[in-house]
Write a protein that binds this ligand. Structure first.
Ligand SMILES: *Cc1c(COP(=O)(O)O)cnc(C)c1O
Length: 455
């Protein structure tokens, strides 16, 4: 299938691109899939092959790849005012309107919004805000950041330090002062004989012991995705946030919800923190914020942090932080439209309505003896492959089982993502029932094919 001609798309892609997060042996063998356009939840490659993208691009293209309302919003704003910054007391009208909207749809009564170009930059910005606050409030030692193993918070030097993945060691990361707690994945990390409630309680004790050992006054904040996304779609163990939130509150440590994936509908509610019933001190948003039509991230501060940061900035006459394209008018116009599309054009409703159907269809597929766990919520799910279901023993890494499954899916016109030993499914919110069935059929066939080879 790979075309090795010197002028093929594959050869040209290889010659000039440094691939990020890409399994290079697979690309060498199969060639890069070069895409030209999309229709609804489908994308098309240069050869005219059509793929159902069950990963919404990278979680973000929730309204599909050709939503006319979003395209029109972008075109209109490009024609009206195609770019501006948000420094020096100036910002576009779209930026003002989006901040108003974000506070309005947030769980906060009031708040303040700061814009970035990505989720990583939004997490980085939040850490800088916490460091800024610590110094301004006479606690310069408040610098440590708590996250969890398998968390994904991004790739900049700070957000990669927050990400709890072993691959960051190739960069000599994490930076000092970034501490990782146990991943709240009961199926994988629960101890023999331990109930889920006992597991959650143990994680609560670990958090409190860590705070005491490190010194409560050395910790700037705790960041958590309501459902871990790129760590393998891991919903929290039962009662997790109800256990950690009061401990954080007791020691005055802000709880930051990284809602980059969960925000705007993925779990069936506007926020994942609503789904899991906890109140964060700030929210990190990106991905769905513009339905993937523009690079943009946002830090949404709740009332307490808003007031404290504003006071600290007033004391030194500015908050010395920002990106050239923070609050870009086109991005803001698109985000305003995207929020409207997700919340008012039935997309979030679709997730709520069809999530049980998705779960049931995947549960059917997960009956295969080489699937150890099906986990997820709303429109974010993972199937984890195992060599032995009873002992939860994974396949040897050298077999690259999940890559093989994803490749077998691609061959049938279904894009899904291998993540560790899991396959991730997080389709666009516009997915219809027949398209969902197409996803089930192709996935089931690919799984059977690969398990027949390796099991
Ligand atoms: C994707 C992601 C990020 C990073 O966003 P980028 O836009 O890729 O920098 C941060 N947090 C979570 C939870 C994410 O899923």
């Amino acid at each position: 299938m790979r075309d090795n001609a010197p002028n093929s798309w594959e050869t040209r892609a290889d010659a000039n691109s440094l691939y990020g997060f890409t399994d290079l042996p697979s690309v060498q063998e199969r060639g890069t899939v070069v895409l030209t356009h999309g229709e609804g939840p489908y994308v098309f490659d240069v050869r005219g092959n059509r793929y159902l993208d069950s990963n919404s691009g990278l979680w973000n293209m929730v309204a599909g790849f050709d939503h006319p309302g979003l395209i029109a919003a972008a075109q209109a704003q490009y024609a009206r005012f195609p770019g501006y910054h948000a420094f020096f007391g100036r910002m576009s009208d779209q930026t003002v309107m989006l901040s108003e909207k974000l506070v309005q749809v947030s769980p906060f009564d009031r708040g303040r919004v700061f814009y970035t170009n990505s989720g990583s930059e939004a997490n980085d910005t939040m850490v800088k805000i916490l460091w800024f606050l610590g110094r301004a409030e006479g606690h310069p030692e408040r610098r440590k950041i708590l996250t969890r193993w398998n968390a994904y918070h991004g790739v900049t030097a700070v957000s990669a330090s927050m990400t709890g993945k072993p691959y960051n060691s190739v960069f000599g990361l994490p930076l000092p002062g970034f501490l990782h707690l146990t991943c709240p994945h009961y199926w994988r990390f629960g101890q023999p004989g331990e109930t889920e409630a006992q597991f959650t309680a143990r994680l609560g004790r670990e958090l409190e012991e860590t705070i005491i050992k490190e010194g409560p006054d050395t910790i700037a904040g705790f960041f958590a995705e309501p459902v871990m996304g790129a760590g393998g779609v891991i919903p929290p163990s039962a009662g997790y946030f109800q256990t950690v939130a009061p401990i954080l509150k007791k020691y005055g440590i802000p709880l930051i919800a990284d809602e980059v994936i969960c925000g705007f509908g993925r779990t069936g509610n506007t926020w994942g923190s609503q789904t899991y019933d906890f109140m964060p001190d700030a929210i990190i948003s990106s991905k769905n914020l513009t339905a993937g039509f523009f690079p943009m991230g946002a830090v949404i501060l709740g009332p307490d942090l808003s007031d404290r940061v504003q006071a600290a900035a007033e004391a030194i006459e500015e908050f010395p932080h920002g990106f050239t394209t923070s609050g870009h008018p086109v991005g803001c116009a698109i985000a305003l439209k995207a929020i409207d599309v997700v919340m008012n054009e039935g997309l979030a409703d679709n997730v709520r309505r069809l999530a049980p159907r998705m779960q049931a269809g995947l549960a059917e597929i997960a009956r295969h003896p080489n699937i150890g766990e099906l986990r997820g919520i709303g429109y974010m799910w993972a199937l984890e492959a195992v060599k032995d279901r009873a002992t939860k023993t994974p396949f040897p890494g050298t077999l690259s089982v999940s890559e093989r499954i994803a490749n077998a899916c691609t061959d049938q016109g279904l894009i899904c993502r291998p993540l560790g030993q899991s396959i991730v499914l997080c389709p666009p919110f516009i997915l219809t029932e027949p398209q969902m069935d197409e996803m089930f059929d192709k996935l089931d066939r690919a799984l059977r094919l690969v398990f027949a080879e390796v099991a």
